[in-house]
Design a protein around this ligand. Structure first.
Ligand code: K2U
Ligand code: ZN
Length: 175
């Protein structure tokens, strides 16, 4: 792997996760290094998606790899992603989040979304996402708006989720 570094992933209730991420002016080598680091951080977690704000950088950058564990890696890079169209059919999926470890709950999301974004080389891509790709990109793009999947749950479930993460972090710190 290129000289990459694993960065710490922010967890709830860190208010930095609620920041609104800003658009990127252009895909520079610095942005590419950040995306390389984000991918390495995501693989180490492990996870299948990661938004830059989750490693404390509130800019519109997302990485993803939906490849199955025994397949070749298939990294995807999204700079300034936009949703151009939404197919409103909603489908449930059991979601998790690297910023809310060990919490899972069913979230409804649009079945298909039409995306526009810049890739690793700064080229514009327009494509449809469906299935897990649609779920993950909507989950990641929520991060860019400071929205976490537990924000769609009841206050009680959200409070319990945050308390569970805080308890686990305290136990880890005491180890
Ligand atoms: O944003 C994140 O924290 C990364 C999530 C992405 C994700 C959330 C919900 C549904 C699909 C993807 C992490 O990858 S959570 C771990 C995970 C791994 C495999 C499948 C689902 C969730
Ligand atoms: Zn997440």
């Amino acid at each position: 792997m290129k000289g990459m570094s694993i960065r710490p992933i922010l967890t709830v209730p860190n208010p930095a996760l609620k920041q609104i991420s800003k658009p990127v002016d252009s895909v520079t080598d610095e942005i590419r290094t950040l995306m390389d680091d984000m991918l390495e951080t995501m693989y180490a977690a492990p996870g299948i998606g990661l938004a830059a704000v989750q490693v404390g950088v509130p800019i519109n950058v997302i990485v993803m790899d939906l490849a199955k564990s025994d397949d070749e890696p298939a990294p995807q890079y999204f700079v300034n992603p936009e949703i151009l169209e939404i197919v409103e059919e909603m489908k449930p999926y059991e979601e998790g989040c690297l910023s809310i470890p060990d919490v899972y709950d069913e979230i409804d999301r649009a079945e298909r979304v039409k995306l526009k974004y810049l890739d690793y080389d700064g080229n514009e891509v327009i494509e449809w996402a469906e299935d897990l790709y649609a779920v993950c990109i909507q989950h990641e793009m929520d991060h860019l708006k400071g929205i976490l999947f537990i924000d769609y749950l009841s206050r009680l479930k959200r409070t319990r989720a945050v308390k569970k993460v805080q308890k686990t972090e305290k136990l880890k710190a005491a180890e």
